[in-house]
Design a protein around this ligand. Sequence first.
Ligand code: BTN
Length: 234
Amino acid sequence: MSNILHFETLSSTQTYLKEHFKTLDDKTVVMADEQTAGRGRFDRKWISQPGGLYFSVLLKPTQQDFLANLTQLMALSLCQAVESYSLQPNLKWPNDVQVNGKKLCGILSETVMQNGKIACVVLGVGVNVAQTDLSHVGQPAVSLYELGVRIDTQDLLQQVLDLFFQKYEAVLSEGFSTIRSAYLERFPFLGKQIAVKNGTTALTGIAQDLSPRGTLVLQTPRGSQEILIGDLLV
Ligand code: BTN
């Protein structure tokens, strides 16, 4: 079981774990009721008012071949937790969870390097739980409350952690293939025309597959391209 540290306010649960990882155990979880400087992917802000679930998990993995797939495992765990409330969420590669095309959860994965090696991974998760105004989010977003679900943030956290740690060791040692079929069942974009943005460049094509490594295979007019990281523009 994980050790959960609960704060009323933090600048960012990510920053807290990155600053304190040396003195904290593997699998320590930090949650905050609000964050004053929450961060999202690609240096975006993650506005974190009370009502959302904001947490980060400290991981000190001994095997490091499949670290990128841990975000996908977290996304899948979130999706499965949300399904238990009779909702039909889906995964937006690589690690967003959405409902009816609106963002419900986001995940940020960061690593801390020491002496040229990865000392730890910090997986941060934001879930829109009870917010009623998400107009600040730069894309369509929705909360569980707006979807008719009333859930305590701590119960949701425990459910997500249970699902995540059930599969953690398998993904760590064998990678995406252990969750590929469960992920694909929740990935509605295969065979569809999509655009993927990576930094300032956007690639368009047909989503052909998710490879055994968890990368997106995009069929473009110039042939098949394997994409490691990006944002799906859908
Ligand atoms: C995204 O851009 O979609 C990822 C958002 C991740 C936000 C979470 S909230 C808890 C943790 N602390 C942060 O500062 N960011 C992550």
